[in-house]
Design a protein around this ligand. Structure first.
Ligand code: HEC
Ligand code: HEC
Length: 261
């Protein structure tokens, strides 16, 4: 091998090693994420743009979502303004590559997911909540009924009675892992529930569960996974019958997770 090529190969190998070792997650967070999500992952408002609180979400969930953002599972729809931002931002997290430059792992995504999940949730210093008009029009009591309804129509089955989510999938019970809702802002939940309903949050793969919930309404493509966006679309179409129901359930969740507001 000519010396020049040999040197190139060594440089690449060295770069590969460097990536494998991983850059410091705290530094990456400070340099690439804090500008929008806040130093402590508490969320931020910049002008008319709002950026969600992410501190304390489960590691597996953050990792899943970052992988989705990167590989077009989320933030790839032209209607999804917020998601498109993350679709771009996740590219600052470098993959691990093999000698022939194939992507063989996403250690930076894993590292930063661990870092964010360890940031403490602090709901006391909150951003302003959704405009008062909207919250005044919502009924916390109606929201409670929607949230706590028996399976399959309630939210409590997957998101838990303390909004803690579910960390253990049970395929036999068609129960997926689900994110905690504790750190989430009300405006963010409202937006996401709209995106699930419209199929904007990601390609909607069908699931047994979604079919079960949707029955005849199922027009979705088949796949056997417990796919989050498909389940949430099914929930939106069954439990959240109209915009008012969405506001009610969000008002309930937020009143429980942010009692000081
Ligand atoms: C330019 C602003 C911006 C930057 C920088 C940014 N984000 Fe985001 N992020 C957003 C927006 C907006 C959303 C909400 C997306 C949506 O509406 O679906 C989001 C959503 C997320 C979510 C999903 C939260 C959830 O509850 O599902 C995670 C996780 C996340 N960001 C992590 C990161 C990480 C890690 C970085 C740094 C590598 C980062 N973000 C940098 C704007 C940003
Ligand atoms: C069958 C389980 C299941 C049920 C029931 C369910 N969810 Fe979910 N939910 C999920 C999963 C899984 C996700 C993650 C979706 C993804 O991967 O994008 C999710 C995501 C969400 C999110 C977005 C979280 C984030 O950080 O972006 C919100 C908000 C939400 N659900 C609210 C609700 C509400 C309100 C109800 C009741 C009307 C409900 N969910 C019922 C499983 C469920």
């Amino acid at each position: 091998m000519p010396v020049f090529l040999w040197t190139c190969a060594l440089v690449l190998l060295a770069a590969n090693d460097a990536v494998a070792e991983g850059r410091d997650s705290a530094k990456i967070y400070g340099a690439s994420c804090a500008v929008c999500h806040g130093d402590k992952g508490e969320g931020k408002t910049i002008g008319i743009n709002r950026f969600p609180a992410i501190a304390g979400l489960q590691k597996w969930y953050i990792q899943d979502q970052l992988i989705k953002f990167k590989y077009d599972g989320r933030g790839a729809d032209y209607r999804d303004k917020g998601g498109l931002m993350m679709h771009a931002m996740v590219r600052t997290l470098k993959p691990q590559r093999s000698k022939d430059l194939e992507i063989v792992g996403e250690p930076e995504i894993e590292g930063i997911a661990g870092y964010i999940s360890n940031l403490p949730v602090d709901n006391s210093s909150k951003l302003e909540k959704e405009s008062d008009d909207e919250s005044l029009n919502a009924s916390i009591e109606r929201g409670r009924k929607i949230y706590t309804a028996e399976a399959p129509s309630g939210c409590v089955l997957c998101h838990g009675d303390k909004f803690q989510g579910n960390n253990k999938e049970d395929v036999n019970k068609l129960l997926p892992r689900a994110p905690m809702l504790v750190p989430l802002d009300d405006w963010y939940m409202l937006e996401q529930l709209g995106k699930f309903r419209e199929g904007v949050r990601g390609p909607v793969a069908d699931t047994k569960r979604a079919k079960q919930l949707l029955g005849e309404k199922a027009k979705l493509k088949m796949s056997d996974q417990l796919d989050g966006p498909a389940l949430m679309q099914a929930m939106s179409l069954t439990a959240l019958v109209n915009k008012q129901a969405v506001k009610d359930v969000v008002a309930y969740i937020y009143s429980e997770t942010h009692p000081s507001n």
